[in-house]
Design a protein around this ligand. Sequence first.
Ligand SMILES: [Fe+2]
Length: 325
Amino acid sequence: MPLHRLTGITIGVPNVSETADYYTDFGLTPSARSTAASPEAVYALNTGDLQVAFSTVDGGEQLRLVRTPRRRLVELGVGVDDPDDLDRIAASLAHLELTPERDAASLTVVDPGTGIRVTVEIAERIDQAPATVPSYNSPGIVARQNARADGVERDNPVRPRKLGHVVLGSTDQDTSQRFFTEGIGFKISDRVPGHAAFMRCSTDHHNVLVQAAPVSLLHHTSWQVDDVDEVGRGATSMLAEDPTRHVWGLGRHHIGSNFFWYLKDPAGNFSEYYSDIDCIVDDQLWTPQDWHDARALYSWGPPPPPSFLKPDDLAELMTDAHAAG
Ligand SMILES: [Fe+2]
């Protein structure tokens, strides 16, 4: 597969500073803000043009926040290996009558369904140091003897390893799905016919999920942590700071299999800690399935709150989209 990773995202929010504090608490490492002592950065702070960037442990700088009147995903980055990959993608986009902006190391094109700018860029592959696998005791197998569980001994802050996936609402799901698959080169891992496609640009089960929605929106971003204890520890720490951040969790998805816990940033975007997602390392050995029943959403956990399915600010976002023409 010429595509190999998500590189990063730019999220537009009206309240950059507050949202930046949230993602710092979430465990991402601020990078650009460390330059806030420079005259330019102070100027940016004063004029409201604040930009903040954050890194994950393994993925480098993967989140940028910029100021926009309403929350939205501004840009999504996808990594490829070399210029030949960019040539092939430009040719595929031409079949969809889309002409990307091109330079030697990247191309940029807008998804006609969501209006999101997608930049495909030559990037290093992510090489992840293996996590320490905790020993779990189970009936007949005492793998951890005479010791407390690793998960209860940890006291370090949770740090996401990488950006795993982004979920988008599109007013034209078909067009967005075609854009990402036929245009950019994502592969379909599973589908909810007429509603959503789980698409990958790496060996992870999904990196982009586009679902039908009454307005183009960013539903959530998802960040990989080592294991289910980190999912629980991360969310617990976020809620200790502010219990109103809770959205949905702890649970396990059926499609993709990942453990999840969703929280909400101050702009209204959901962010998910996840671990143990399905990985498709041999395309021949994976058969995409169509899902029609409730399992599509989750295998176990509390029922999702209505606001997960229909974000609280949906009507507001629709009004603004309508006003913008
Ligand atoms: Fe997710």
